[in-house]
Design a protein around this ligand. Structure first.
Ligand code: FAD
Length: 390
C-alpha cells in the first residue's frame, strides 16, 4: 500500500470510528489511563479506546504480536497527522506506552515482551515510574532504595518521591540499589506490583490544584527475581535508555493540537481578536506569529529526528529541552493574550477555557523539571552532542 493509500484509508477509518465526543478538547479528568479498574469519565471514551486497541493503534509502531499496529514510522506519522486533523483525542495515556514499552521492545527478553507488552497496548495495567528520591533527582545515580538478594527474590526497602499517579498505578518500574559499594554500577531495574505488601503511597498536593504526585515507601517488599530487567547491577544504562523515551515523549507535550486547550490560534482570536478575529495589537500579533513559526519548525525537527525511531540521549535531550521550554512560552503568551481573564480559578465569570488556561499555565512550570530539568538537558547536550568537557 502506498503512503497516500494508507492516508486515505486511515482518514476514512477515523471519520467512521472516532465518536463525535472524542473530537473535542479534552479536560484532564477525562483522560483514559486504563489499568485494572479503568475509569471512563466521558461516555464515548471506552468505545474509542476499544476500537483503537483492536486496531493496534494505541501502540501504532509496535509489532502486532505484542498488541501494536505494526506500522512504519512514516505510517504512524500519517496516523498522528490525521488524528490531529480531526481533533481526535488520544485514546489512552500511559507511561507503559511512552516509556516502559519502547524500552522492553529494545532490551526485554521474548518472555518479558510477551508478558508485559500486550497488556500495555490494551491499557490493562497502569504503570508508574519510581526513579526520583529525596536525595536523587538530577543526581539520579545517588539513589538509595535497596534491593537485597534473598535467593529467588529481592527485598526492597526505601523511598521514592514525585512518583506521578502512584496512588492509582497497578505496577511500577523502579530503580533500586543492588550494590552499595559503587554508584552507577550498583543500580538495577525492577518491575513490581504496587499492591504488594509493604508498598505505601502518600499523595502530594500541587500548585495547580491536582494531586498527581506521591511519596512512595517500600518496607520489605518482596519482588520475584524474574521481574528484573536486564542484568543485576546493569540498571544505569537501562535507566538512561528509558529516560531517552521519556524525554522524547515529554517533548511533544505542547505539540500543536495536542488536544487539551483549543489550538493557540483559536484562543488568540477569542481573547485578543477584533470582530473579524484579527489580532489588532501589533506586539501580540508579532509574538503569536513567531511562536507559531517556531512551533512548526520544532514539529518538523521532531518528525525528522523520530523518523528512524531516534531517541538517542543527545537527540532526546534537545527535543525535551526545546519542546518543554516552548510549551512554557506558549502558556505565557496565552496568559498575555487572555489578560485578567486568564487569572480565574473558579466562578461563573470565567468560562471553561479560561479556567483551564490558568491550571495549564501553572502545570506547565513543571514541564522543564519532569524527566530531567532543562539545566540537566543542557549539560547532556554540551557533553554528548557538542563534545564539551565536564
Ligand atoms: C510534573 C512532574 C512529574 C514528575 N514525575 C515523576 C515520576 O513519575 N517519577 C519520578 O521518579 N520522578 C518524577 N518527577 C521528578 C523529576 O524527575 C525530578 O524533579 C527532576 O529530575 C529534578 O530533580 P529534583 O526535583 O530533585 O531537583 P534537583 O536535582 O534538586 O535540582 C534543583 C535545581 O538544581 C539544578 N541542578 C541540579 N544539578 C545540576 C547540574 N549538575 N547542573 C546544573 N543545574 C543543576 C536543577 O536544574 C534544578 O533547577 C517529576 C517531576 C515533576 C515536576
Amino acid at each position: 500500500m502506498t503512503i497516500e493509500e494508507f492516508r486515505s484509508e486511515t482518514r476514512a477509518w477515523l471519520e467512521q470510528n472516532c465518536p463525535a465526543g472524542m473530537r473535542t478538547p479534552m479536560p484532564d479528568e477525562e483522560r483514559v489511563w486504563g489499568g485494572k479498574a479503568p475509569v471512563f469519565k466521558h461516555p464515548e471514551s471506552k468505545v474509542w479506546m476499544e476500537r483503537m486497541v483492536e486496531r493496534g493503534w494505541t501502540a501504532p509502531t509496535w509489532p502486532r504480536e505484542f498488541g501494536g499496529g505494526g506500522l512504519s514510522h512514516e505510517q504512524a506519522s500519517v496516523l498522528t497527522g490525521e488524528m490531529r486533523r480531526l481533533h481526535c483525542r488520544p485514546p489512552l495515556f500511559s507511561f507503559g506506552l511512552g516509556m516502559l514499552g519502547p524500552l522492553l521492545l529494545d532490551i526485554g527478553t521474548q518472555e518479558q515482551k510477551q508478558r508485559y507488552l500486550p497488556p500495555i497496548a490494551r491499557g490493562e495495567i497502569w504503570w508508574c515510574q519510581g526513579y526520583s528520591e529525596p536525595g536523587a533527582g538530577s543526581d539520579l545515580a545517588n539513589l538509595q532504595t535497596r534491593a537485597e538478594d534473598q535467593g529467588d527474590h529481592y527485598l526492597v526497602n526505601g523511598q521514592k518521591v514525585w512518583t506521578s499517579y502512584a496512588h492509582q498505578a497497578d505496577w511500577i518500574f523502579c530503580l533500586v540499589r543492588t550494590d552499595t559499594t559503587v554508584k552507577h554500577a550498583g543500580i538495577s531495574f525492577l518491575l513490581f506490583d504496587m499492591h504488594s505488601p509493604g508498598v505505601e503511597v502518600r499523595p502530594i498536593k500541587l500548585i495547580s490544584g491536582a494531586s498527581a504526585f506521591c511519596e512512595t515507601f517500600f518496607d520489605n517488599v518482596k519482588v520475584p527475581k524474574t521481574q528484573l530487567i536486564g542484568e543485576v547491577n546493569g540498571g544505569w544504562a537501562i535507566a538512561k535508555q528509558l529516560l531517552g523515551h521519556e524525554r522524547a515523549m515529554i517533548s511533544q507535550l505542547g505539540a500543536r493540537g495536542a488536544g487539551r486547550l483549543p489550538p493557540l490560534e483559536d484562543l488568540a482570536r477569542k481573547f485578543a481578536g477584533d470582530e473579524n478575529g484579527r489580532i489588532t495589537d501589533p506586539v501580540l500579533r508579532d509574538s503569536l506569529a513567531r511562536h507559531l513559526m517556531n512551533d512548526r519548525a520544532f514539529e518538523q525537527t521532531s518528525k525528522r529526528a523520530m523518523r528512524g525511531g531516534d531517541a538517542g540521549s543527545g537527540v532526546a535531550s534537545m527535543l525535551k529541552y526545546y519542546g518543554t521550554e516552548q510549551n512554557k512560552r506558549k502558556l505565557e503568551l496565552l496568559m498575555k493574550l487572555a489578560g485578567s481573564s486568564g487569572l480565574g480559578w473558579s466562578g461563573e465569570e470565567f468560562d471553561d477555557d479560561e479556567l483551564a488556561l490558568c491550571r495549564y499555565w501553572l502545570r506547565s512550570k513543571g514541564n522543564s523539571i519532569e524527566g530531567g530539568t532543562s539545566e540537566v538537558q543542557l549539560n547532556v547536550i554540551a557533553k554528548r552532542v557538542l563534545g564539551l568537557p565536564d
